[in-house]
Each structure stands twice: as C-alpha cells, then as structure tokens.
Design a protein around this ligand. Structure first.
Ligand code: SAM
Length: 469
C-alpha cells in the first residue's frame, strides 16, 4: 500500500502506485487541457507531484515538449540564476564486495584493485587544489575490511587538513554505500557536505537482479538509507538513478516519490539529484541492459525533474560529453564536475593500472570547462558558503524558495570565481572571467552588497581569500 509517510521502502516506493502512475500518464498525455493545467501549476514553481510530472514526461506533443524545455530553463534561471557549481570526484578505493552488474568494481571482475594511502590522498588533494577545485565528492566501493568507515573518516580529515598555497577543499560530499545511522552520524560529525547515494533503480525485481550479491543486494536497506542518513543528522542528501538500466519512466516516478517521502517525513526534499547514465567500463557493455535512452529523452527527463522539484540542485558528471552537457545546462542542471578522473588516484600522477570506474566522455581540463561556461554567460562557482554558514537542509531550501540566490549565492560565486581566476586560470580564461565579473556585478540587486563585493574582489587581488555572505 502506498504511503509517503511510511519508513518502509516498499510502501513509500510502492510498485502498484508506480504502475498506476505510468498508466495514468499514458491516458493523460494526449489530453491537451490536462497537460496545460499541469503546465499552469508548474509555472507557479512550487513543484509537481510524481503523477503530474509523469504526464509531462509521457507527453510527446512537440509544441508541449518545447514548452516543457523552456519552462525548465526559466525555472533554473529563477531559482539558481546563471550559476554553475563545479566539483571533482576523488576515488579513494575500488575494493568492493558487491556484485553490481553495471559496475567494474564488482567482486571477481578482474579489475586492478587500489586503495589510496593517506599520503596519496594528501597528494591527490594538493593536485586538485592546484587545478582550482574547492569541492570534492569522495567515492569508494563497499568493503568493510578494506574501506571501513574509519578509513573514510580518516580520509576526510586528511582532505580537509591540506593547507597548500591559496588552496582549500572547503566541502567534501560523500558517495559511499548505504550504512548505519551511527556511521551517518560519524560522517556528519566529520563535516561532510551532501551524502550521495544512487538508488540505481527503484524497480525492486530489477534491482535484485542487477545486485545479485553482497550487502547492496538488500533493496529495502539501500532504499531506506536516506532516512537513516537524515536520522543521523545529515541535512543534505543527494539522490540518483543510473539511467540506462531499467525503464526510465518507472525510475522517474520512483525518484519523485522518494523526494516526496523525504519531504513528508523530514520536511525537506533531496538537496541534489544526479542524472548519470550507464557508460562503458571494464567488462561492462551498456548495450547489455534493457533501459538505454537517447540523448533527447535524457534531456527531457532532466527538464521534467527540474520542473517537478524546482529547489533541488541537479548534477551532471563527465560521464557525458560536451554536447550533452551543454544541452543539460539549458534544461536546469546546476552543478557539473570538471577535469575529472574516475581512476583511484590519477590527479597527482597517471595511474600505473586501469582502475577506472567508467570511461569519462568529457576529457577537458577544468580550465577549459570554465572557459566554456563563461562563453555561454554562465558564472562558474566554487562557492561552499551555505554549508559552512550552517545553511543546510530546510534553511538552504528556504533561501532558494525565497529566491535569495541572486543576493547571496551570486555574489559568493563571483568572489570564488575571482579566486579561481587569480590563482589558477589561463590568460584567456582570466580575461574572459574578469569581463564576466564586471557585467555580473551590475546584476546584484542591493547596492550595499555590490559595494562589499567590489571591495572583496580588490582584497582577493591583494592576496586575501575566503570571503562569503
Ligand atoms: N559503492 C557505493 C555505492 O554502492 O553506492 C558508491 C558508488 S560508486 C563509486 C558511484 C556510482 O557510480 C554508482 O552508484 C553507480 O550509479 C555509478 N556507476 C557504476 N558503474 C557505472 C558505469 N558503468 N557507468 C556509469 N556509472 C556507473
């Protein structure tokens, strides 16, 4: 029985409710009046239910699809402005006891295994700082012996502790396997940003087939992980479906139900939603799964997510190439990775063996990505202020809902971009970035804020760092 308030996975992600939602979406998708009503509601920018959003996703009337795309972009601009937050993944260890069929880390896959030592993590962090990164997402396989929680905590401590030139990693998000409330509390106490865990698929039967062994086989334990994370005091959680495995429409409805569940139980939805697609990897052929989707459909899914959960950040990684990422930015993505390596290590020096989790499609350097963003008029942001000022969970959502991003995040973005330009950018990027900052200063609504930003930009030129509102 479907119940968003329930703490049981099979009740808040009800298979019957998803099946009925998909049938409802098929019935309504050609009903222009119904689609228009949903679009009217969507324009109020308070979000949509999983049923309403599923109708939009199913709708294939070209005129309406066009409206969906432009509305998604408008919503992104309204809440997040033209800011794009940048981060990089850092793979700590690919030891893993699970059997995920799509992942080259699965046990007995034959991939070369590696786990970074604390000295190596230090060196990787220095290399990432020298690229200009301020935010990381750490990643590890699930292995209680090789990658226990103590290893993750020690690694966080190492990363936050690196003081190198003007660099600093100011926010570390964590993408590790589902764990206990007690361990989530330890991660919270270690100062993590978002706890990210991809559901992979909401379809229980498909899930169990794709995860034939290891702790991850347990659908309920995995699906209820965000509840445990939030009970352990982690305010910001990040969801994700691995598109390409199972039926996208099922996943879409399930993911929105998951967001509705978190909102119903904890009063705040997911901080971010990532949109990964399964990619070629060591021993993994994406064509061997049932759920492959075209680029166009992928973009439509992202647009519908943006409309359904307007206050949730949306993340796209370098799994996707430049062209897809360009389109995804137009439909509401607010965070991207840049200059990424998916090998264990690989920022400090090229790894000796292939330990990559998947093949990266966007192989540009961070500087190239920054220059590309600036070329489109986006403001690349390395801001980490909200989390460091305690604006997490519902406090961040309030800021976003009150459309205060232009008064707060936008000036912070400009100051962190200035740091990047001063410390790490190429000559061309610096030139383009300085021009962009001048233009963007005029968009800060409050004169007082603008004056403070101008002063701080000068201070950054003179060697000071880390200003924020
Ligand atoms: N081991 C943790 C877990 O079980 O959630 C951390 C996850 S892993 C390091 C990060 C994510 O990469 C996975 O959740 C999965 O969605 C994704 N991934 C695995 N294999 C992939 C592939 N071949 N292509 C694209 N993404 C993949």
């Amino acid at each position: 029985m479907y119940n968003p308030q329930s703490k049981k996975a099979e009740e808040f992600i009800s298979h019957d409710e998803i099946t009925e939602t998909l049938a409802y979406a098929q019935r309504m998708k050609n009903d222009r009046a119904a689609v228009d009503d949903i679009l009217v509601k969507a324009r109020e920018t308070k979000g949509l239910t999983h049923r309403e959003a599923s109708v939009l996703l199913a709708c294939d009337d070209p005129e309406k699809v066009e409206e969906i795309f432009s509305l998604a972009f408008a919503i992104k601009q309204e809440f997040y402005g033209n800011l794009i937050v940048l981060f990089a993944p850092l793979y700590l260890s690919n030891y893993c006891v699970n059997g995920c069929l799509y992942c080259p880390y699965h046990q007995n896959s034959g991939i070369a295994r590696k786990k970074l030592t604390q000295e190596e993590i230090y060196a990787e962090t220095v290399a990432l700082q020298d690229m200009g990164h301020k935010r990381l997402a750490i990643e590890a396989g699930e292995d209680p012996v090789n990658n226990p929680i103590e290893y993750i905590l020690e690694s966080l401590n190492t990363i936050y502790g690196v003081k190198h030139k003007n660099g600093a990693i100011r926010r570390v998000n964590v993408n590790i396997a589902a764990t206990t409330v007690e361990n989530y509390r330890k991660l919270r106490d270690a100062g993590i940003g978002t706890y990210i865990l991809f559901q992979e698929t909401y379809d229980k039967a498909g899930y169990e087939t794709l995860h034939p062994k290891g702790p991850k086989h347990n659908y309920a334990y995995h699906t209820e992980a965000m509840d445990r994370a939030m009970s352990g005091g982690i305010d910001d959680v990040g969801l994700g479906v691995l598109f390409g495995l199972e039926n996208y429409a099922y996943e879409f409805a399930g993911q929105l139900m998951h967001a509705e569940h978190l909102e119903a139980v904890f009063g705040v939805g997911p901080h971010t939603i990532s949109v990964p697609r399964v990619k070629p990897a060591y021993g993994v052929d994406p064509g061997s799964f049932n759920g492959g989707i075209s680029d166009e459909l992928f973009e439509k899914i992202a647009a519908c997510i943006r409309i359904a959960v307007p206050y949730t950040g949306m993340i796209i990684s370098t799994r996707e190439g430049r062209q897809v990422r360009e389109k995804m930015l137009q439909v509401g993505v607010s965070q991207i990775s840049g200059g990424s390596r998916t090998s264990v290590g690989g920022y400090d020096e090229a790894p000796e063996e292939d330990t990559r989790q998947f093949e990266v499609s966007d192989t540009r350097t961070l500087d190239e990505v920054i220059q590309w963003l600036i070329g489109f008029g986006y403001v690349p942001s390395f801001c980490t202020a909200c989390y460091r000022e305690g604006r997490t969970g519902d406090r961040f959502m309030e800021l976003c809902k009150r459309k205060q991003i232009l008064n707060c995040c936008h000036p912070n973005a400009l100051m962190t971009l200035k740091e990047y330009l001063t410390d790490y950018a190429s000559v061309q990027t610096r030139e383009a970035g300085e021009k962009l900052i001048e233009q963007e200063l005029e968009r800060i609504p409050k004169e007082k804020v603008r004056d403070i930003v101008r002063k701080n930009l000068g201070n950054i030129e003179n060697g000071q760092r880390d200003f924020r509102f």
